[in-house]
Design a protein around this ligand. Sequence first.
Ligand code: ADP
Length: 594
Amino acid sequence: MIHQILKEKFGFDTFRGDQEDIVNNLIANNDALVLMPTGGGKSLCYQIPALCMEGVAIVISPLISLMQNQVSALKLNGIKAESLNSSLNSETYREIIEELKEGSLDLLYLSPEGLNTSAAWTLLDSVKISLFAIDEAHCVSQWGHDFRKDYLNLGSIRERYKDTPIIALTATADLQVREDIIRQLKFKDFKTYTSSFNRENIYYKMAPKRNGYAQVKDVVMKHRDDCGIIYCPTVKKVESLCSKLQSEGLNVIKYHGQMKNEERSFNLKRFEQEDNVIVVATIAFGMGIDKPNVRFVCHNGMSKNIENFYQESGRAGRDGDKSFSYVFYGLDDLMTYKRFIDQSQMNKAHKKNANDKISFMYKFCESEKCKTNIILKYFGEIQDEECGHCDSCLDEYQRHEVTVEAQKFLSCVYRLNNRFGASYVIDVLRATKSKRITAFGHNKLSVYGIGQDLSKSDWLSINEKLLSIGYLKIEPEYKTLTLTELAAQVLKNGEKVFVRREIIQEGHKRVKSHGSKNSKEVDYDETLLAELKKYRLAMAKELSVASYMIATNATLINLAAVKPKTQEDLLLVNGIGKKKAEAFGEDFLNIINH
Ligand code: ADP
C-alpha cells in the first residue's frame, strides 16, 4: 500500500534512504526521532503514514510560510491537507474546522502557538488523530539555534495522547539537542533514525575576506543563470550590496526584516517562481525556503555557529544537483559576534557556549582539514574518508608555515609593552617612516624593521591568525594588542603557526571528486525544456504557488529527454503522480507534440 501511495500520489518509484522503515515504524504506532539532512525527504516520512492511517495527522511546524508551502504542494498532489494559522479569515477558519470535524482531512498543519490554547486541545480531543509530526524539532531545545518557547509545551502531547505515535524530525541536532528533544517530548519507546549528514552535492569554498565586493561579484557572475542566496550580517549590508549588484545590471533582489510586507512577499514570490534570480538577504530569509534548485549559498561574513552554517548553506541543492557553499570570512566577524554575545542578556553558561561555538566556526573556516568531516564530527558522525568536495580536499588552499613571522610579531607587541594597536606594530616591523615611531624612540628597538620582507596585508593576516588562536587579544577601548599566556608556546616552546593561503591552480585536484551527478547531464531537448519552463512559470503565477510545486527541474528535464506521448507514459516520469497528470498532463503533451 505504501508503495502504491508513493507512486500514485507523489509520482515517485522508490523510497529514499530510511524513508520506508520510518513509514512502517510509524504505521506500527511507534514514536520516532528522525535526523535527516535538508533535502533528505523528511516530509514523506509522515505524509505517507497520514494517508494510510485512520484519522487526521497533526503536523506542528514553526512557520506559516512553511505550512502554506507544504499544504499547497500536497493539494497539487490531490491530498486533503489544510493549515490553521493566524493569516486565515474567519470564514476559511470555520470551513477548515468543519472539514476536520467531518473527518475529511488527512493532514492538518498547526503552529506550536496554535496548539497551546485550551480551545485547540478541545478541538483535537473531538477528532480521531492518526499521528503527530513535530517538524523542525530542534526548536524544542534551548541549546539549539532556533529555540521556540511554544515548542516546550509539546510535551503535553504524549501526556494527553498515550497511544498516538509521534514523529519528531530535524535536519540539525547535535547530541545535546537530540537528548533535549527526547526529554521534552517525553519519548519512551522510540526509534532514532540517523541519516548521514554528508551533503555530497555541496561544494564548500571558504576564503578569507580580501577585496569584499569583488569576491561576491565573482560568485554572482559565475552563477548568473542560477538561483542563489547571498547572506549578509546586517540590513544595511543587504541594502548596499543589493543596489551595487543591481546597478551592474545583475538580476538580484533583496530580503530582510525591515522591508515593507508587500515588497518582501513580492520578492519571495519572485524567488520561488523564477529560475535565475539571486536574493541578497539577512538570515531572516531562511527557514521557509524549500526551493529545490538553489545552486549556491554565499555567506558574506561567517555564520554564528556550525549548526546555523550547516542549515543555511544546506538550502543549496535540495534537488541533489551540484551546488556551492561560499563563505567569505574574517576576524571582524568573530570580534563582532563576540562583542554581541558579551553585551547580551544571556547567562554565563550560555555566553560561554555561544563564544565557544563562534570560535569553532572561525577555526572551521580556517582549517585545512576536510570540511565535511569537521561538520560530520560536530554532529557526532565519524567518517574517515575525505569528502572530495570541499576546498581542503580539492587543494584550493595551502597551509603555509609562519612560525618565524608569528614570533617576530609577538616579540614586537611585547617590546611595545602591549600598548599599541596592530597598525603601529606593523609599522615598526616594516620600519615605516613615522614621526610617532621616532618620537617614542621605537626605531631603536631590536624588532624595528625585522619584517620588511612582508606586505602590510600579509602582516594583518598573521595578526588575525594570532588573535583567532588566542596568542593575542585586543583591549576593547583603545584596540591595543596584548600577549596572552598562550603566546609563550610560540615564543619559547617553538609551537608552529600556519595560515591558509589560496592557491589558484585550475585542474589541480588531490582527491577526485565523487558523488553529485547533475541532472542536466542527461541528454534532453533544450528548446523543449525552455518551453516547459515557460509553461511552468505561467501556471505557478496562475495558481499562485512556487514553480517547483508544479514540477521540479529534474521532472521537466526528464520530460524533455523522454518526450512522453500518452498520459500513461507521463505517469512513468518521476515526480508526476495521478493528480498532476490530470491537471497538467494534457498541456505537457501538447507542448511536447508541438
Ligand atoms: P527535507 O524536508 O528533508 O528537507 P523534503 O521532504 O522537502 O526534504 O524533500 C526534498 C525533495 O526530495 C522534495 O522535492 C521531495 O519531493 C523529494 N523527495 C523526497 N522523497 C523522495 C523520493 N522517495 N523519491 C523522489 N523524490 C523524493
